[in-house]
Design a protein around this ligand. Structure first.
Ligand code: F42
Length: 142
């Protein structure tokens, strides 16, 4: 069993603690927005430690769309690199937990279709993309 290392962002670590500590009955939305969040459990590519990253809940059928936006920051979030190295993840959506495999979406038509779904679920994603020079990566978890 690997060690769990909480996020160095206090507000993120607190959301994970509330969400998981309540077994998916509390802390389910992004502060001030009321919009739903999932928790992605994955592995640090260097430490091998367990990492837990809250992301907006964006669904396409029974798949989840993961958007590596990090508020429009100029570089990809660290979890992006972890998922590229180790694509097997666990997704907690409220009280349900799913074992899933992620892949980065590279086909332009597929990415455009999923991007529209993501922006409809969480409109700030478009502002984040407009604000940064990097193409914000999108994963699909199946
Ligand atoms: N972030 C998004 O990108 N998209 C979202 O839709 C999103 C929604 C969201 C909703 C609620 C919420 O509470 C947070 C939300 N966030 C969203 C923020 C998200 O949870 C992450 O905090 C954010 O994307 C930054 O991710 P990050 O992986 O860059 O986190 C940093 C702060 C971090 O944890 N850094 C660690 C550290 O110690 O500095 C490193 C963690 C790590 O994985 N280390 C690796 C290891 O091996 O353990 C090494 C990695 C390497 O290659 O160096």
């Amino acid at each position: 069993m690997s060690e769990y290392i909480p996020s160095p962002f206090a507000w993120v670590a607190e959301q994970v603690e509330l969400y998981e500590g309540s077994l998916g009955t509390e802390g389910l939305t992004l502060k001030d927005t009321g919009l739903p969040v999932i928790i992605v459990t994955h592995r640090g590519r260097k430490t091998g430690a367990i990492r837990k990253t809250p992301l907006m809940r964006v669904v396409d059928g029974s798949s989840y769309i993961l958007v590596a936006s990090m508020g429009g920051a100029p570089v990809h979030p660290v979890w992006y690199h972890n998922l590229k190295a180790e694509p097997d993840v666990e997704i907690r959506d409220r009280t349900e937990i799913y074992s899933m495999r992620v892949r980065e979406v590279s086909d332009p038509a597929e990415k455009q279709r999923l991007w529209k779904i993501a922006v409809a679920a969480y409109p700030p994603y478009q502002e984040y993309q407009d604000r940064t020079d990097r193409a914000i990566p999108v994963f699909i978890a199946e």
